[in-house]
Design a binder for this molecule. Structure first.
Ligand SMILES: CC(C)(COP(=O)(O)OP(=O)(O)OC[C@H]1O[C@@H](n2cnc3c(N)ncnc32)[C@H](O)[C@@H]1OP(=O)(O)O)[C@@H](O)C(=O)NCCC(=O)NCCS
Length: 230
């Protein structure tokens, strides 16, 4: 269970503190975990309701002109209503509770939102895999925020969520993103043909991967028994 909102904490029926906005503690599938990680420049953490103004400002101030094909566009004021942000928080909370998809805002130390990084479509059981997604708003590119934030998300994947593998599927033309993956020592594993359905077409992706062993952590199975399905 995770709780959002300006309140500082929430006490569960068993008397345990299960959410604190400052430290970002959540209960996911019965385990307490901190979903906040700080580097030298940025902090990654789930959104809080109190982030609404930073979120709105960030999307309004993206430079109008796309800097490359993978850049995101600014949004209209009508798409940035508080009701929309609340819907987003509800969805992100549900996804975290289901241990399925973790979205993190990338914040500067002064609270400015500069982008987002996600551990997506988590497969547990015999895979223990997540797909990495990331974007930095184009008025903040080239400052090292993307690299640091993705590094923190990888740390979250292996140390906090105890995953075994993360994969970033990158468009063959997206040299900037490939440089970011390489600079974090992700391995280019393959060209994955017709991997993603976007804009009405199946597109190829370069697969950049890292395992917990590459990261220096020997993966161990949890207490939960892995189900045999076949
Ligand atoms: C890809 C993206 C996240 C990079 O974010 P960023 O904050 O600008 O990146 P950083 O400043 O942290 O730089 C990270 C690495 O990218 C590379 N890089 C940075 N600026 C670059 C440039 N102008 N040209 C080429 N590579 C560049 C460098 O290798 C750098 O590593 P280094 O510091 O070890 O040299 C950002 O450009 C973005 O959001 N793009 C649009 C969305 C996208 O493509 N997402 C990825 C989908 S797979």
């Amino acid at each position: 269970m995770s709780i959002i909102g300006p309140s500082a904490h929430f006490i569960a029926a068993n008397g345990v503190l299960i959410y604190n906005e400052d430290v970002g503690v959540h209960i996911i599938k019965g385990s307490l975990m901190s979903l906040k990680k700080a580097g030298k420049k940025v902090v990654i953490r789930p959104y809080h309701l109190s982030d609404y103004q930073s979120w709105k400002t960030a999307y309004l101030f993206i430079k109008d002109k796309k800097r490359n094909n993978w850049d995101i566009s600014p949004r209209k004021e009508s798409e940035l209503a508080l009701s929309e942000f609340k819907k987003l928080l509800k969805l992100q909370n549900k996804n975290r509770e289901d241990d399925y998809f973790y979205d993190f805002g990338i914040f500067l130390k002064d609270g400015t939102l500069v982008g987002g990084v996600s551990l997506m479509d988590i497969s547990r059981q015999v895979f223990q895999n997540a797909y990495l997604g990331y974007r930095v708003f184009n008025n903040h590119w080239g400052m090292g925020y993307g690299k640091e934030a993705v590094g923190l998300a990888i740390q979250m994947a292996f140390k906090t969520l105890k995953l075994h593998r993360v994969e970033a599927g990158i468009d063959p033309g997206n040299k900037r993103s490939q440089a970011l993956a390489r600079s974090l020592k992700m391995r280019r594993e393959s060209l994955s043909k017709k991997r993603i359905f976007l804009g009405g077409k199946w597109l190829d992706l370069e697969l950049y991967v890292m395992t917990s062993e590459d990261y220096g952590i020997k993966w161990k199975p949890g207490k939960k028994k892995i189900a045999h399905r076949f």
